[in-house]
Write a protein that binds this ligand. Structure first.
Ligand SMILES: O=C(O)CCC(=O)C(=O)O
Length: 270
């Protein structure tokens, strides 16, 4: 951002101030205040390329399995549900250590992965994420700390041309969806590199942009919530528990499934 004069450093009348000691603290503070920030995954370039290749293979297999016509009818042709249940590479995007460190700062207490989706923003075409929404849709409230965070992993660079994500800064702190004129005056488009996460407080209004480039713009979102929220798809029934660490089992919801009987509830209490 360009300023006409230096940003003042002095203040008065201040009794309480936030402090940051690291880059991670800065990211967390920005998510709390503005509702969005960009976070480095720390993944080497070679791994990001592998994810990019796996993404295309997974997409082909997914469309093969569920059928293009059916996915189009369901408005799902640009989405791949639950990539981590399809095989290689995508579990680690959901349990990335930089990401978990930030989530621990942002969400008070325990959290689980509510959903993971491959998202394709196709060139020159509308798609299902290209409209303003909250990731807790139909919800109108403010909370003092986030109940849900979306971490959108950029498989490709997110650029102004290929429809990188628009946000309405700080809109997670207001109940209503703002007026048309407010949106036009205050929307910002975020740029990020392949291998970075765009973090969004799930109550922040955001929208994918129109892709004017010649290529797909791909991403994998992971939405984390406090465990009181239902998962989009019951992940523990689709994952091999034995292949996951204890931390991943907790993260993917294995310990938070609702008991199916009073007996099971009582057994768990003991
Ligand atoms: O595709 C995008 O830029 C936005 C994705 C999105 O809206 C979401 O993950 O909820």
């Amino acid at each position: 951002m360009i300023h006409k004069s230096p940003i003042p450093t002095a203040s008065y009348g201040v009794l309480v101030q936030d402090n940051t000691k690291s880059k991670m603290d800065e990211v967390a503070e920005q998510v709390r205040r503005l509702g969005y920030a960009v976070l480095d995954s720390g993944l080497p370039k070679a791994e990001v390329s592998q994810i990019s290749e796996s993404f295309n293979r997974m997409r082909e297999a997914y469309v093969g399995e569920y059928g293009e016509a059916r996915l189009r009818r369901a408005g799902e042709i640009h989405t791949i549900r639950a990539p981590l249940t399809h095989g290689v590479g995508f579990t680690s995007l959901a349990s990335n250590q930089n990401l978990l460190a930030i989530l621990k700062q942002l969400i008070v207490g325990k959290f689980i992965l509510n959903q993971q989706n491959g998202i394709i923003n196709p060139p020159g075409e509308k798609y299902n994420q290209g409209a303003w929404h909250r990731d807790l849709p139909y919800q109108h409230f403010v909370s003092s700390s986030p109940l849900a965070i979306n971490a959108l992993f950029c498989v490709d660079d997110f650029t102004l041309e290929n429809g990188s994500t628009f946000v309405l800064p700080a809109s997670h702190l207001s109940i209503n969806y703002p007026s048309e004129s407010y949106i036009q005056r205050n929307a910002l488009q975020i740029e990020a590199k392949a291998g970075q996460y765009i973090l969004l407080d799930c109550m922040l209004f955001h929208s994918g942009g129109f892709n004017r480039s010649g290529a797909d713009r791909r991403a994998v979102n992971q939405v984390y919530t406090i465990p009181y929220f239902k998962q989009q798809i019951k992940l523990p029934t689709l994952l091999n528990k034995g292949s996951l660490s204890a931390e991943e089992q907790e993260l993917f919801g294995f310990f938070f499934q609702e008991p199916t009987s009073i007996q099971q509830y009582l057994d768990r209490r003991i």
